[in-house]
Design a protein around this ligand. Structure first.
Ligand SMILES: Nc1ncnc2c1ncn2[C@@H]1O[C@H](COP(=O)(O)OP(=O)(O)OP(=O)(O)O)[C@@H](O)[C@H]1O
Length: 303
């Protein structure tokens, strides 16, 4: 697998406090990688390191296979765009003029690409309006347009939906999905709102107290949170053979309990068990929500 970003034992220490503690992660090419963690977990610190805004205390990371200590790391960074904390835009300029500034900084030869960028982020009608009069969502989208000015194939967004209203959240979500699906941009997006991330992430990294406690694909997470029916029966001998005979997908929890996935014909199941003198004690819908998965992994107290 190709990785756009990898980190190995990455540590950032402030005095005795470790904001990042031997963090290891892998962001696959083409992913929308959701970095999930409570406030203070270390998300922004990680992003600041990867963007070269701060240096690690120990450990390393690599962007497109090039290590942070490589003299040419700047070349890899040129393939990356980022919005860290609040978007860095000029409040007294319009969206177009902000983009012109960024094009100048990047030394791009012409402003030709600007209308297309504005269209992409839904700011084509912003006209001469100054950024200070923009809504938070518009500012955030302009920040993303600025990050896209260098035509990156890796985009890093730090809490992009923080403080946005529902409409603003939807717009950012759709933009991220469009960039990922239509432009094949790999996205690393941090958030403490797992539910929002679950609408776009293909991979997750759960971060807590500076450590990456789990890295999991969306498919794996879905399976871990899959809806099932928990069946409790009286006799352990009958359970597995009956489930096998009915061709059901299941996992055995104990001698007398199993989680069954998919649709079940309850009458058929009850009859088949009764034939084996096995009684059904209880049938319960069982569903580990994303939220409870998160709480089990990281502990309570999150927002
Ligand atoms: N310059 C600094 N000096 C000392 N401690 C710092 C510094 N920067 C960050 N920290 C601490 O490191 C920890 C991680 O902070 P970080 O901003 O990375 O968290 P976060 O996961 O992005 O959370 P948030 O969503 O609140 O921004 C916090 O406890 C923070 O107080």
């Amino acid at each position: 697998m190709d990785y756009v970003l990898t980190a190995d034992a990455l540590t950032k220490q402030y005095g005795h406090f470790k904001a990042l503690d031997k963090l290891t992660m892998r962001v696959p090419k083409g992913a929308v990688y959701g970095l999930v963690g409570k406030n203070g977990a270390g998300k922004t610190t990680l992003i600041r390191l990867v963007c070269g805004l701060q240096a690690p205390s120990s450990g390393s990371y690599a962007i497109y296979g090039r290590k942070d200590t490589d003299r040419d790391i700047a070349k890899s960074r040129r393939r990356m765009g980022a919005v860290v904390e609040t978007p860095s835009v000029y409040l007294d300029l319009s969206a177009t003029d902000n983009l012109k500034e960024q094009f100048r900084v990047l030394g791009l030869p012409s402003f030709e690409g600007i209308p297309e960028l504005l269209r992409l982020v839904g700011l084509e009608d912003a006209g001469k309006k100054k950024v200070k009069n923009f809504s938070l969502g518009m500012r955030q989208r302009l920040g993303i347009a600025v990050a896209l000015a260098g035509d990156p194939d890796f985009l890093v967004l730090d809490e992009p939906v923080n403080g946005l209203d529902p409409q603003g959240i939807i717009e950012i979500r759709e933009l991220v999905l469009k960039l990922n699906r239509e432009r094949q941009i790999t996205v690393l997006i941090s958030s403490h709102i797992l539910d929002e991330l679950s609408r776009l992430a293909t991979h997750y990294g759960f971060i807590d107290q500076g450590r990456l406690v789990r890295e999991i694909s969306a498919k794996e997470l879905e399976a871990a949170c899959r809806k099932c029916t928990r069946l409790t029966v009286s006799s352990s001998a009958a359970l597995v053979p009956v489930l096998d005979r009915l061709g059901l997908e299941y996992s055995v929890i104990s001698d007398t309990e199993a989680d069954i996935y998919g649709e079940i014909n309850l009458t058929e199941l009850a009859l088949a068990l009764a034939e084996q003198n096995c009684e059904i004690k209880s049938i319960q819908e069982h569903h580990e929500s994303l939220e409870s998965y998160y709480v089990n992994l990281i502990g309570g107290g999150h927002e």
